[in-house]
Design a protein around this ligand. Structure first.
Ligand SMILES: [Zn+2]
Length: 290
């Protein structure tokens, strides 16, 4: 109970010395979760190799049939040679950062090949033996036919060993095998197929273009088409068409003459002029009317 004239001393608001208002209590913000590098479940490093030195040491212990191994300080190279080819069937180059490059008969594997994608193109993610196993499971793309060969395709030549016992005088002095490939051919594909999708698509497009070109050859050239840029076949067709039209017109004129002549009446020169002027005036009048 307040006594008149007395100052209140209880339940007073807490006052800030500067603002004179009650300060709201600061609520501590909950820390947001951030992405953290989780250690491996087993607590061990999952990389297949730590560095090139470890890789080369372990690779030298592997027994790889038909493969030759070259080890330097900055590179490990594995090459598979098969008879009768002169160049390696498969060539794997591993650099000092454990990145690798695959060549098949000298042809580089395309950058977006599944082998590169699945391993991130690094031997930290796959062992050499497994990589070889995966590559050897794939088949060589046979490319497309020679008829579909054009500027955006490449000829892939595989030189072969010379057979010294070959007595055939017609055999080439430089034996080789050839493939015609799209520039971005996948080269190594799953065994169930013969061509990669790129080569199949390229061949299909070429065939379609060829069909269109053949169909165009059957159309006569236009009267003002440039002779240097038009195929002889189309010019020949245009000439035949023109001749046919001339022949038809001539026969029509002949027919008209035959019909007109029996019914014609002889007129003087003056009357002929008058008639011609009437007909021409009438023609102009009709044209203006339209
Ligand atoms: Zn291909």
């Amino acid at each position: 109970m307040l006594v008149r004239g007395a100052l209140p001393s209880q339940n007073l608001p807490v006052r800030d010395s500067d603002a004179g208002f009650e300060k709201p209590k600061k609520v501590e913000r909950v820390a947001r979760s951030v992405v953290q590098d989780q250690p491996f479940a087993s607590g061990e490093n999952k990389f297949c190799y730590k560095n090139l030195k470890e890789l080369s040491t372990r690779v030298q212990k592997l027994v790889l049939k038909d493969w030759s191994l070259t080890v330097t300080d900055s590179q490990v190279r594995l090459r598979k040679l098969e008879v009768p080819y002169v160049i390696p069937t498969l060539d794997i180059e591993i650099d000092d950062s454990l990145g690798f490059t695959v060549r098949v008969f000298g042809w580089f594997l395309c950058e977006n090949h599944s082998i590169y994608k699945s391993t991130w193109r690094s031997l930290r993610n796959i062992t050499v033996s497994n990589l070889i196993k995966e590559i050897e499971q794939l088949a060589l793309c046979i490319g497309h036919t020679e008829s579909a060969f054009s500027g955006d395709c490449l000829r892939h030549v595989l030189p072969m060993e010379i057979d010294s016992f070959d007595q055939n005088e017609f055999s080439s002095p430089f034996p080789s095998k050839e493939y015609y490939r799209a520039k971005d051919c996948e080269i190594l594909i799953l065994g169930s197929k013969h061509n990669c999708n790129i080569c199949v698509e390229k061949e299909f497009n070429k065939q379609q273009a060829m069909k269109r070109r053949q169909a165009r050859q059957l159309v006569p050239a236009k009267p003002k088409a440039p002779v240097s840029l038009t195929s002889p076949q189309r010019i020949k067709l245009a000439l035949q068409t023109q001749r046919l039209q001339c022949k038809q017109l001539q026969s029509e004129i002949k027919q008209m003459k035959l019909e007109i002549e029996p019914q014609s009446i002889g007129v003087t020169q003056d009357l002929s002029h008058d008639l011609l002027s009437i007909i021409s005036t009438s023609g102009e009048y009709n044209l203006n009317k339209r």
